[in-house]
Design a protein around this ligand. Structure first.
Ligand SMILES: [Zn+2]
Ligand SMILES: [Zn+2]
Length: 423
């Protein structure tokens, strides 16, 4: 059964206001649905702020001890700790420390398994939604625990940067397991774009490589051992279907194609805060120069991987289609999982609101290369205005066509890093 329209806005802040800005409309069989402006939206306007249905940190991220709230992904390092670690300068002092919103005194650990939260609110929210069913208790370090074995197997299929997220899938199952109204959650998850069997095969192939069938079977076994619950099977057929070979493949492809990368950083939030300070000319220059130098030092010391990264499922944002000339972009300026969709130019009533699934570098490439990346990762042929106009110009489909290998495996995470280095 389809959800009511209200559900699509249910995780937005100020849903009534968002409803007056945009609507979700079906387009056609190929594109599915899209997001459309209902009124004029000005360049720079925040179109909506949305919380994910479910989110999880990527596994390599937690392995490398990026400390983040297990619920909202907020970095648990203060901006200064973050800047010190990334720049390798242990005595660095950040000016304007009040611009950092990390509050170590508020942090909470799960009393059973010791995972960390930024606040008791996040701890409670995680417990209420999925952590009761997923808490490892004392077994957190036990390599034989089914959840740990599942994570280990996932990491061994190393395909960084991670695009799908096995713990996101585990949290979806646990959410349904724990929920009193299971139908409500299943209904929400069913809002995400689903694929045909052939497409799902293609996505699994793309994400897991040549041996994808064997690996998918291995993952499904471990996933089932860790999370299957016979009681659940009797209660609701649909979630049980996530454990069958077909169901697992479709869950995997749902997360692989709808998962939105989330990057959080206390340092970038501090920089945003500093940008908005009203300072006399000379102090402003000094601060800007300090920040420039800091990013140069970080670049030298750390290079990429500046953010805590993970992915999540966003109900409203997932209805945004791709364009190679996007009029909106997603970012995470609050150092947590709250997605801000911002207008990149004026948008007229009736116009479709599109984001780019490609990162900045990919967007600069030829139409042919862009199409290849989009087809392989998202299984569609782009017909945005830019692609249509370039289709008439055969010269533009040359040059970089053959060095496309590096287009593979790039994720939303890269996009977030680009944003981060822009600040
Ligand atoms: Zn939190
Ligand atoms: Zn726990």
């Amino acid at each position: 059964m389809a959800a009511t329209v209200g559900d699509v806005f249910s995780l937005c802040m100020e849903p009534i206001k968002v409803c007056s800005y945009v609507e979700v409309r079906p387009i056609d069989k190929i594109k599915g649905k899209g997001l459309f402006a209902k009124r004029t939206i000005r360049k720079g306007d925040t179109i909506f702020i949305e919380r994910p249905l479910v989110s999880a940190q990527f596994l390599w991220n937690s392995l490398y001890k990026y400390r983040a709230c297990d619920f909202c992904l907020r970095s648990l390092e203060t901006a200064q700790e973050n800047a010190r670690r990334l720049s390798g300068n242990a005595s660095l002092l950040l000016p304007y420390p009040e611009q950092c919103s990390v509050r170590p005194e508020m942090h909470q650990a799960c009393p059973q398994c010791q995972v960390m939260y930024c606040s008791s609110e996040c701890q409670q929210a995680a417990l209420d939604q999925y952590h009761r069913a997923l808490c490892l208790g004392q077994s957190q370090e036990d390599p034989e625990h089914p959840i740990n074995k599942l994570q280990e197997a996932w990491r061994n299929m190393h395909f960084p940067p991670e695009t799908a997220n096995i713990m996101l899938m585990a949290r979806m199952v646990s959410t349904v397991k724990q929920a009193r109204d299971k139908g409500h959650w299943l209904n929400l998850f069913s809002q995400f774009c689903s694929r045909t069997t052939n497409e799902e095969e293609e996505i699994a192939h793309k994400l897991l490589g040549e041996k994808f069938q064997g690996q998918l079977a291995l993952l499904r076994n471990l996933f089932t051992t860790a999370l299957y619950d016979d009681h659940l099977n009797r209660l609701c057929v649909l979630s049980f279907q996530w454990f069958s070979p077909e169901g697992f493949r479709s869950l995997f492809s749902l997360v692989g194609t709808n998962g939105q990368g989330i990057g959080t950083s206390s340092l970038s939030q501090w920089v945003h805060g500093c940008d908005t300070l009203e300072l006399p000319g000379q102090q402003r220059e000094q601060l800007d120069a300090f920040i420039d130098q800091l990013y140069k030092d970080i670049e030298k010391e750390t290079g990429d991987f500046l953010n805590c990264e993970g992915s999540g499922l966003f109900l409203l944002q997932s209805s945004c289609n791709h364009s190679c000339v996007p009029n909106a972009e997603a970012s995470f300026p609050n150092n947590n999982f709250l997605l801000h969709l911002t207008a990149l130019c004026d948008i007229s009533p009736g116009e479709e609101v599109c984001i780019s699934y490609l990162d900045c570098c990919q967007r600069e490439r030829s139409r042919h290369s862009r199409h290849k990346i989009l087809r392989e990762n998202y299984l569609f042929v782009c017909a945005c205005p830019r692609c249509v106009s370039q289709a008439e110009d055969p010269d533009l489909t040359s040059e970089d066509d053959d060095e496309d290998g590096d287009g593979e495996g790039e994720t939303e995470g890269d996009e977030l890093e680009d944003e981060m280095t822009d600040v």
